[in-house]
Ligand binder design. Sequence first.
Ligand SMILES: C[S@@+](CC[C@H](N)C(=O)[O-])C[C@H]1O[C@@H](n2cnc3c(N)ncnc32)[C@H](O)[C@@H]1O
Length: 500
Amino acid sequence: MQQPKHQTLSIGAVFTPPKWATFAIEKFGLLEKWLAGKTILDPTMGEGNLLISLVEAGLETGRKLADLPTQNLYGIELNTHYFEAFCSKIEKYNFKQTNFLNEDFFFTKTTVEVDIIFGNPPWQTFANLPADYKEIAKPLFFEYDLVGKAQDLLLGGSRMDIASLVIQKSIAKHLKTNGEAIFFMPLSLLLNDGANETFRNYKVGKTHFALEKIYDFGTAKIFENVATRYGLVYFRRDAFTQYPVPYLRLEQASWQTLFARPLLRENAPLSVTTGENINLLETLALFTILPTQIPRQGVNTGGANDIFFFQSCESFDKENYILNEKIILPKKFIYPLITSKNFQKQAKPTKWVLLPYKKKGKPLDWAEIEKYPHLQNYLWQHKITLENRKGTMLNAVMKKGYWWAMLGVGKYNFAPYKVVWESYGRNTFEPQIFKSRWQANQSLQCFVPCETKELAEKILAYLQNPVIETYLLSLKMEGTMNWAQAGKIKSLFKIEETQK
Ligand SMILES: C[S@@+](CC[C@H](N)C(=O)[O-])C[C@H]1O[C@@H](n2cnc3c(N)ncnc32)[C@H](O)[C@@H]1O
């Protein structure tokens, strides 16, 4: 394939501070391995901090430059500016110029195979790549076994990280049999639901590789201006992962020894725990639910909370409420919206939501809306703002003419009972039963819709098993938006067509 010309692009360019390059060199004995004759490649080397740190570590042992096997170091960098900075830095070292290429790693002509890959790949989601680069990158996700079909890349997969692609290609194409790969990388590849799940098959076609050790830098700031959680991860080619994997986490300047393994399914996000409770879900018999009862996120206005959500609500007349002290709308379509206060013995609503929907979960038709002049006027008044909302799924409904539609509204919103929990930013898992009209709010709360009180109570009792909170804590997402989202809780249920 023709080498694309993208040498001015800067994709995920955050360089490893020499201190942390040295940390990796020491933890994985890279200096000794290199001095013993092993070859090393940094596939996306930036200004070469990792390789230069290795040479510096060699010099610190008292060896002379001429005695260091610099001819065994290789590097590739896409961006010409960084590549030139690297070239000027290495003038004083005895590097073999022809081992270093200013090329796109994905399209490089070199077929070099080394004993050790030592890298810090660019961290950028597919969705955030420059548009024309996205086009050329798309087939790579198929080539390197990260997506099954184009659809996956468009939906959740667009959050897939290009770092996974660099890792897959490095291991599959540039590592010798049983070779080692050490990467600074975003931990979302190992710990998050969804997008990066395919990476956790740890294989590229027929080539398997094992996840062998993880250093999680916790809250320590190692890379400037990076909000992502990251770590240092060790893989070995042509081996299968043996769980649990040692997981070391930096907490208040000391390394805590933990263990990681996926629970519930092979490529689930890793659960990280102390040794004793690594098999913590073994005692949990999964509760069976129907497809109509799968956990859901709350109502999503597509960015129009100001239009659909209200802070006060009084009865205006028999048919209508007065909301925010000025907006009159039919009682029939106004629902109490759950807030965190409602989980703390606050029985009364403090927020309300307008759902212009039928009980079957479809948006009202305009002919029906016209039967309620207050509703009609209100929606009409906000027509332009509502029509300008963005998002693929919302656009699909709006294209059918329902510009008053919302996301996350279906028959399930009107189930007689909901088992609801706070899914965002928490570190405890405390589900509670709410009656039919109460609505969960976007990703803040999730729920299981239930037809009967009896079922709701059974599901509540099941979810209150303390092992579930321990399991959520093991996923290390406390305090984040990913604490107990619907997909994660769904994996704690068995979904069958008939209920036992
Ligand atoms: C996170 S930085 C790390 C650089 C270096 N390994 C270090 O640790 O300091 C990632 C580097 O990858 C480069 N890069 C991004 N896409 C690339 C590609 N397709 N081929 C080669 N290099 C690429 C970026 O320009 C950037 O310099």
